[in-house]
Design a protein around this ligand. Structure first.
Ligand code: ACO
Length: 347
């Protein structure tokens, strides 16, 4: 039985259209100064013609597969974390699977909002550890703009669209997820939700005339709960890995808001320079923020082979999740499309 699931490839994708704070200030009563000082966000990417949750996922996945040196035939499971699926049926993972020509694989979605990447990484790693899968394409992708009320300045400035993907591969070497801590508080759903559009409150003409099809949020309460939950959960994940903060080189937090990240850094007494932050260019892309940040951090050399990383996230549900990950591609890899994979250099 494989003990670990190494991350052997990664990639990200965002829509081509960039929406700046200046453009938003033509839609609602806001300003670049207000948005940057309260959130750190300068711009975000928003889908346009032909783009959707799955098209972003497919683009990110292609990059991840190329980096891992695997083809469609090498993948035996496709998992997508999203709360903004292409359609209610089928799962977006099935559409990603079809678009990539991955014919011999299981496919399903996970919905844990902004915590979706860490939840999904935990599920995918467990499936590899039980032997249910050997090589998983896991993509976290959200088109939050679909649920944004572009007349509500309290929320529309915060979010963006994007996708990040990883290839997870069975290995007996200690790479990938070392521990995770997951939590939820379903009794606080009203703090962050899209009330209508499901079976509980279908989109009738009366409902469509209200704001209930949009994402609503109690920003101040979410801010407080997010900071506290991510701190507590981070420490729990570290404890489960038998590590301490001193063992962590880089923290890659959910990118909701620079001030939330700064507050977590202060509470945990970790220098802010140890946190990887790219929220200024993408806004909050929900489940996609962490794999997008991992992809950019790896490209910049901020995370390297053998780097211990702490991931932490908080979002709708309410949900929260933290994980300790050891970055690195094992020297000995599983065979790909029937051939023994030769040794590859560390990434
Ligand atoms: N432009 C200008 N003014 C604004 C804007 C805007 N875009 N949005 C709100 N305001 C106004 C409010 O209306 C309010 O005006 P009022 O005093 O006249 O009523 C004023 O600014 C101050 O509002 P506050 O709520 O005090 O502003 P705060 O400093 O708390 O910042 C913010 C608001 C940025 C939403 C903050 O609470 C926050 O970051 N919360 C976390 C929310 C979040 O990140 N959610 C994402 C999903 S959950 C997750 O991913 C972790």
């Amino acid at each position: 039985m494989a003990l670990y699931a190494a991350i052997v490839g990664w990639g990200m994708s965002v829509p081509t259209r960039v929406v700046t704070n200046a453009e938003l200030s033509t839609l609602v009563d806001t300003s670049d100064e207000w948005i940057q000082s309260r959130t750190g966000i300068r711009e975000r990417h928003i889908i346009s013609n032909g783009e959707s949750t799955s098209t972003l996922a497919v683009a990110a996945s292609r990059d991840a597969m190329a980096m891992a040196g695997v083809t469609a035939a090498d993948i035996d499971m496709v998992i997508v974390a999203t709360f903004t699926p292409d359609r209610p049926l089928p799962a977006t993972a099935c559409r990603v699977q079809a678009a990539l020509g991955i014919t011999n694989a299981a496919a399903f979605d996970i919905a844990a909002a902004c915590s979706g990447f860490v939840y999904g990484l935990t599920v995918a790693t467990s499936l590899i550890q039980t032997g249910a899968a050997k090589r998983i394409l896991f993509c976290a992708t959200d088109v939050v703009s679909h649920f944004v009320n572009w007349t509500d300045r309290n929320t529309c400035v915060l979010f963006g669209d994007g996708a990040g993907a990883v290839i997870l591969e069975a290995t007996d070497q200690p790479y990938g997820l070392l521990s995770s801590d997951l939590g939820a508080a379903g009794d606080r759903e009203e703090l962050l939700m899209v009330e209508a559009g499901g079976t509980c409150l279908p989109l009738t003409p009366d409902v469509l005339a209200t704001d209930k099809r949009f994402l609503t949020m109690n920003g101040r309460e979410i801010f407080k709960l997010a900071v506290r939950a991510m701190e507590v959960s981070s420490l729990a994940a570290l404890q489960k890995a038998n590590l301490s903060l001193a063992d962590i080189a880089v923290v890659v937090p959910h990118q909701a808001n620079r001030r939330i990240i700064e507050a977590i850094a202060e509470r945990m007494a970790v220098p802010i320079q140890q946190f990887y932050i790219n929220v200024e260019r993408y806004g909050n892309t929900s489940a996609a923020t962490i794999p997008m940040a991992l992809t950019e951090a790896a490209a910049e050399g901020v995370i390297q082979h053998d780097t211990n990383i702490l991931l932490t996230a908080f979002g709708g549900g309410l949900t929260w999740a933290s994980a300790v990950v050891r970055w690195g591609v094992p020297v000995q890899r599983l065979p790909v499309h029937g051939q023994a994979k030769t040794e590859r250099s560390a990434e």
